[in-house]
Write a protein that binds this ligand. Structure first.
Ligand code: GLU
Length: 507
């Protein structure tokens, strides 16, 4: 028999911006699908209307597109298994819940939120946790404890009810996870989860299983936080008499210090984004920065995310992977069980690498755009020149400005410490002479400048530093930057001389 086509899904709830961990889940799904010539589906799990956030769905789609991991089927890409938003599928779920009732796998429950809350508080006061399951369901208000007449009466009277799963009392279940291997679980600890709510909507558990089945999902790859739901999900497949997909639960992404789950607060504290794109919270107005807006390339972010819980194995030390290479190399066997520490420095390292790999012309274009936003107009040739001079030191396009603003504007002030060291009493006169020398030079190429100026210094029989340090200070404002003749040549004769005049006046 031929194997079913691999179909995986990423199933976020649109409750806010996609966390970088969610992007990792999407990426691993994408890689797995493409590796096996399968389909990658986006399903929006929006059955919890109270948590719905405007704009979140668009954000998710934009984030996947930015990462170059587009879905094959999903909102806006309708195919046989649509619609792909659960809110548009809500008519489907009730009959499945009813089916479970008719097969004795589920029951109606009329307990009001207030009664359940009282039970919970009661238990808490005694240091216990209230669980609704086999041990007390006969004592609670449901279709197992009430007579069928009473159930009918309550329903006819329009009393609100939910549908709960009837989890088995005493069974040892064998669960299999593609990453974690086999696990056993005693069903007696499970609670009778609500499958269908009184507002007419399914819960996550029911909708998720029904849709995975109807969408022919073969592998469920999701975050570790869903592992506790695995037993229920497997029981649901069994109750429906459906073949269950394979499950793989991805390890947690941990704080840079290694303890606990990575949170937005860690990012705020340490100054790195935890979101792929900037997010404007429609309720609070808060703006959270994203990797895209911070100037990261998607290739760098994807490469970094791939290593959060995966490596090629076999002793491979390769770290730089294109998306295509990741597809080829990826396998669930090499996803680790243990959580993986988030390392913001490593992301920068990847970013530095991908910037070095980027075409100079592309970077020059981006730099021109950036400078335009600062109302600085430069020619494409000049932008390219600066890019070539600074590239090695840059990790972000913005670095060309930060490291090399003096290519575009004269320094506003001078590094005090450097000035003290470099600018001596006789420096002013020396600069005067230097200006006269420069005025004589017509070929302002870096090579010629170097030859002329060094020759001049030699002829004066003074130390190089005496001239070269104030030279740099005048052009840059500090003791930094590439070869000073390269800088002078780039900004040109007129500007170079004007900066000497300015320094002479101010220092
Ligand atoms: N809607 C769930 C979430 O927000 C999906 C979990 C799953 O993949 O089963 O993560």
């Amino acid at each position: 028999m031929s194997q079913a086509k691999v179909r995986v899904r990423f199933a976020p709830s649109p409750t806010g911006p996609l966390h970088i961990g969610g992007v990792r889940t999407a990426l691993f799904n994408y890689l797995f699908a493409k590796k096996h010539q399968g389909d990658f589906i986006l399903r929006i799990e929006d059955t919890d209307q109270t948590r719905y956030v405007e704009g979140a769905e668009n954000y998710i789609i934009e984030a996947l597109n930015w990462c170059n991991i587009p879905y094959d089927e999903g909102p806006g890409k309708e195919a046989d298994c649509g619609p792909y938003r659960q809110s548009e599928r809500k008519h489907l779920y009730k009959e499945y819940a009813e089916e479970l009732i008719s097969t004795g796998n589920a029951y109606y429950a009329f307990d009001t939120p207030e009664t359940l809350d009282a039970h919970r508080k009661d238990h808490e006061a005694n240091g216990k946790t209230f669980i609704y399951n086999w041990h007390n369901r006969e004592k609670l208000t449901n279709s197992l404890s009430l007579s069928s007449e009473e159930v009918n009466q309550r329903m006819e009277a329009g009393e609100p009810y939910v549908i709960r799963f009837k989890s088995p009392e005493a069974e040892t279940m064998e669960l299999k996870d593609e990453i974690r291997g086999n696990m056993t679980i005693e069903t007696k600890i499970l609670d009778d989860k609500v499958l269908f709510k009184s507002d007419g909507m399914p819960t996550y558990h029911l909708a998720n299983i029904v849709d995975d089945h109807l969408m022919n999902i073969t592998h469920v790859i999701r975050g570790e936080e869903w592992l506790p739901s695995l037993a229920l999900h497997v029981l649901l497949y069994r109750a429906f008499n459906w073949e269950a997909p394979k499950f793989a639960h991805l390890p947690l992404i941990l704080k840079p210090q290694g303890k606990g789950k990575l949170s937005k607060r860690d990012g705020d504290k340490m100054g790195f984004p935890v979101f792929p794109l900037e997010w404007n919270d429609p309720k609070t107005g808060d703006v959270s920065t994203g990797y895209r807006e911070e100037g990261y390339f998607p290739e760098a972010v994807v490469n970094m995310l791939a290593f959060l819980g995966w490596n090629e194995g076999g002793g491979s030390e390769k770290e730089i992977y294109s998306l295509e290479e990741l597809v080829q190399a990826f396998s669930l066997e090499h996803v680790s069980k243990g959580g993986s520490k988030f390392d913001p420095e490593k992301t920068k390292w990847f970013q530095h690498h991908y910037l070095q790999e980027a075409k100079d012309e592309t970077l020059a274009e981006q730099l021109t755009v950036l400078l335009k936003s600062k109302t600085i107009d430069i020619s494409p040739e000049y932008s390219l020149k600066v890019v070539k001079l600074l590239k090695e030191r840059a990790s972000f396009v913005s670095d060309f400005w930060e490291l090399g603003f003096y290519f575009f504007v004269a320094p506003e002030n001078y590094d005090q410490k450097a000035a003290k060291k470099a600018w001596k009493e006789d420096t002013g006169n020396l600069m005067e002479e230097l200006i006269a020398e420069l005025k004589k030079i017509n070929d302002f190429s870096s090579e010629n400048l170097q030859e002329q100026i060094k020759g001049w210094i030699k002829s004066k029989e003074i130390g190089f530093g005496k001239v070269m340090q104030p030279f740099r200070l005048s052009l840059v404002g500090a003791m930094q930057g590439p070869d000073v003749f390269d800088i002078a040549s780039a900004i040109g004769k007129e500007e170079t001389i004007s900066r000497f005049e300015k320094a002479k006046k101010e220092l």
